[in-house]
Design a protein around this ligand. Structure first.
Ligand code: ADP
Ligand code: VHF
Length: 372
């Protein structure tokens, strides 16, 4: 069976079961399902809400004004508690978790984005379960993603996920909020997120979650545009996670709009103008062009311009013809020092390393014909 990468977002509504406490009994059941998928060889990423709810529970539900610092204080208390609960539950299956607390600023800055992606990939390749939440304690309104639905869509892009599952307290997106409209019907499949659809998605009324269905639709929009399928479903459906991973139709499914690799490549071409140039030797030019290889420092003969790790650069042949564009994993100063060297010399030369390649093949777009 094909191995998939799944991002599963668990909202406060499902983690508390609508109560004032974290529903550990239900978390045990969700972890059992996640561990089963992991055992089958799939990559599993958890995006967890519930820090604020856990903080409230731990402090005995103090009467607090709903100010930002108070929420941040609750999240700071609750997050460490929450991650301990996750770790204890995954311990049952001898699995480790790795906590990643992110903000919007981390995901918009190319260098920090690459760092976060490298960390996530390192966790996954060591078969550790990444457990992600927003870094509420440091995030102010400007740098906050604001809700974990949107955060999970960005985490899914970071992980190159095949499927994003948004687990909540409803069976999916309905034609109206089922809490107030008993006649509301489940929408089973969405191919395009239109304004009419957005008008159906209401806010959270439970006082526990953030954003309701509106933020779930925003998340579905972001993820499906990046080629990731999204499902909104009820966390109470038996064996839900495994059944969805095996292709069963449950809840509301949003079909992917593009292939993830293609969408990253169009960002490279349409995104910010290149910051610098790498002139490569004939061997590297051939490897990149005909074999679809990554660009190694060894094949770089000249580094021009000032660029940071994560910036887009142009790749030029020794005759000055533009062959490709890609996201560079080293900044210009570092690359000048390692250009022409073997990848296993990077660490000793710089004192650190971000891996053996200057531009990974997934971050490289070949240009056909003259693009000078
Ligand atoms: N059209 C809709 N279909 C389903 N649920 C809706 C809709 N509009 C609003 N909602 C509300 O969204 C809530 C789920 O969002 P939220 O409370 O933020 O949960 P979570 O903590 O899982 O993110 C549901 O409990 C429901 O009341
Ligand atoms: N980061 C916050 C959750 C924010 C949020 O979006 O909550 P939810 O709508 O329940 O997914 C916390 O951990 O409490």
């Amino acid at each position: 069976m094909e191995k998939k990468t799944l991002v599963v977002k668990l909202g406060t509504s499902i983690l508390t079961g609508g109560t004032r406490r974290i529903d550990r009994a239900h978390m045990v059941e969700l972890v059992r399902q996640l561990a089963q998928l992991h055992r089958e060889g799939h990559h599993v990423v958890v995006v967890t809400s519930g820090a604020i709810a856990a903080g409230r529970e731990l402090l005995g539900h103090p009467a607090l004004a709903p100010t930002m610092p108070n929420k941040q204080m609750l999240a700071a208390v609750g997050q460490s508690h929450l991650i301990q609960i996750w770790q204890r539950l995954f311990d049952i299956y001898q699995l480790h978790v790795g906590q990643m607390l992110l903000t919007r600023a981390d995901l918009e800055d190319r260098e920090r984005y690459l760092n976060a992606r490298d960390t996530l990939n390192a966790l996954l390749s060591h078969r550790i379960i990444p457990v992600i939440n927003e870094n509420d304690a440091v995030a102010t309104t400007e740098i906050k993603v604001g809700d974990n639905d949107n955060l999970s869509a960005r985490a899914a892009i970071l992980a190159d996920a095949d499927l994003l599952i948004l687990l909540t307290d409803q069976q999916g997106l309905f034609t109206a909020d089922p809490r107030s409209n008993p006649d509301a019907r489940l929408i089973e499949e969405v191919h395009e997120i239109t304004d009419e659809l957005r008008a159906l998605a209401g806010d959270s009324v439970s006082g526990l979650g953030t954003g309701g269905m509106a933020t779930k639709l925003q998340a579905a929009d972001v993820a499906t545009r990046s080629g990731i399928e999204v499902v909104i479903a009820s966390g109470k459906t038996p064996e839900l996670i495994g059944r969805l991973a095996h292709g069963e139709r449950i809840g509301t499914r949003f079909t992917a709009q593009a292939n993830p690799l293609e969408s990253r490549k169009s960002w490279i071409l349409a995104g910010p103008p290149p910051h610098g140039e790498l002139v490569v030797d004939d061997g590297a030019a051939r490897a990149v062009q005909s074999k679809g290889s990554s660009l190694l420092p060894k094949g770089i003969s000249q580094v021009c311009g000032t660029f940071e790790r994560g910036d887009v650069v142009r790749v030029l042949s020794s005759q000055g013809k533009e062959l490709a564009r890609g996201i560079c994993r080293y900044n210009a100063t570092d690359l000048q020092r390692i250009a022409g060297k073997h990848s296993d010399e990077i660490e000793s030369c710089l004192g650190y390393g971000y891996g053996p390649v200057a531009i990974h093949r997934d971050d490289l777009v070949l240009l056909k014909g003259d693009t000078q």
